[in-house]
Design a binder for this molecule. Structure first.
Ligand code: ACO
Length: 331
């Protein structure tokens, strides 16, 4: 059976940069509060005309160009997002249309901040079994339009940013390289600890002025619980992936964790026993871009030459659901 290798990466964020000081102009917050609690200094927000699919298109074209491939070479799109452009259909088909291709399958993965690791798990299984050869794995989000950008929503509004990251995946016969294993988990008992209630068909009518006035369409987060679980489950899943492959923390060249919060990343680093140089963080510049955060960070880490052929790369993510997971990859 072949393994799945990363052929190329790409990312795209909107031009518009929103700093903590910019946010302090529109809600009761401060650069000091945001920096101390999250490590975030700035994030990117979309402007008119930009959507999740247009951000993903830019990221995809970059990766295709790096790989010397055309969109028509793709066999499948796996699109991970929790902020779709529309209620239905999923965003994979909108990206497909943006890329000017048709007929290949496009699947949406709805696992929020853990979306990219879940998507990798799906794409890896398809590639290893030979069902598809060239898979475009996408993490793309437009949070800014869905946030409560007033003081009422400041606990979440300051954390999230917009952006898209992609990886092009394909089979390799080199037994020493590629995705070694993926490990994904969920615990629905905590679904309401970080969620967007509606519009949803659990409500009848599924949307109403009354529900909108209550803010049921805005993210609701019990931040401390999210923090607590993320700080435990991410390192736990890294340990599971290391053990499954017979590795120790000393074998890791780079851990690219989901960029949720700098304090969570620091807790993950401590619990996994990794050094500063073994953990990548760029949350300062982008905020939390949920499913896009790992591919964006990976692209930047590669540009900074933090990974070389043969290095051990670990990924881990945690998000709403709760859902979480990890992956071990021999670069
Ligand atoms: N600016 C200023 N003050 C604020 C802001 C803000 N943006 N947001 C909340 N506050 C206030 C609160 O109202 C509260 O005020 P009070 O004491 O007068 O009631 C005070 O700050 C402290 O609020 P807490 O919620 O207790 O602050 P905490 O120390 O828990 O930090 C935070 C909040 C940063 C959200 C933290 O809980 C956290 O990092 N949680 C993880 C959340 C996360 O990363 N979510 C991302 C999605 S999931 C994922 O990616 C893993």
């Amino acid at each position: 059976m072949p393994r799945t290798e990363f052929i190329a990466t790409g990312f795209h964020v909107p031009e518009r940069v929103v700093t903590n000081d910019d946010l302090a102009q529109i809600m009761d917050t401060s650069d000091e509060w945001i920096s101390q609690r999250s490590g975030i200094k700035a994030r990117h927000w979309v402007s008119d005309g930009e959507t999740g699919a247009t951000l993903a298109r830019q990221a995809a074209l970059q990766a295709l160009a790096k790989a010397g491939m055309k969109a028509t070479d793709l066999d499948c799109i796996v699109y991970c997002t929790c902020t779709p452009d529309h209620f239905e259909p999923g965003n994979g088909v909108f990206l497909q249309r943006e890329l000017g291709i048709s007929d290949i399958p496009a699947i949406d993965v709805r696992n929020q901040c853990a979306g990219f690791v879940y998507g990798l798990s799906v794409a890896d299984a398809w590639i290893r079994t030979g069902q598809y050869r060239r898979v475009l794995l996408v993490g793309a989000e437009v949070h800014s339009r869905g946030l409560d950008r007033t003081t009422r929503g400041r606990d979440t509004a300051v954390l999230f940013g917009d952006g898209a990251g992609v990886v092009l995946l394909g089979p390799t016969d080199d037994p020493k390289r590629g995705v070694l294993s993926t490990h994904v988990f969920a615990d629905g008992r905590h679904a309401e600890k970080l969620w967007v209630d509606g519009p949803g068909l659990a409500h009848d009518p599924f949307v109403s002025h009354e529900l909108l006035d209550q803010g049921f369409h805005l993210p609701h987060m019990e931040g401390r619980d999210v923090f607590k679980f993320a700080s435990v489950k991410m390192p736990e899943s890294v340990a599971i992936a290391l053990k499954a492959n017979g590795f120790t923390p000393a074998d890791v060249k780079l851990l690219v964790p989901h960029q949720a919060n700098m304090r969570i990343i620091e807790m993950v680093q401590k619990a996994t026993g990794l050094r500063d140089d073994q953990v990548y963080a760029n949350i300062q510049r982008y905020g939390n871009t949920t499913a896009a955060s790992i591919p964006i960070a990976l692209d930047e880490a590669l540009a900074e030459k933090r990974l070389a052929r043969g290095d051990l790369l670990m990924l881990t993510a945690f998000g709403s659901g709760f859902t979480w997971g990890s992956a071990a990859i021999r670069w």
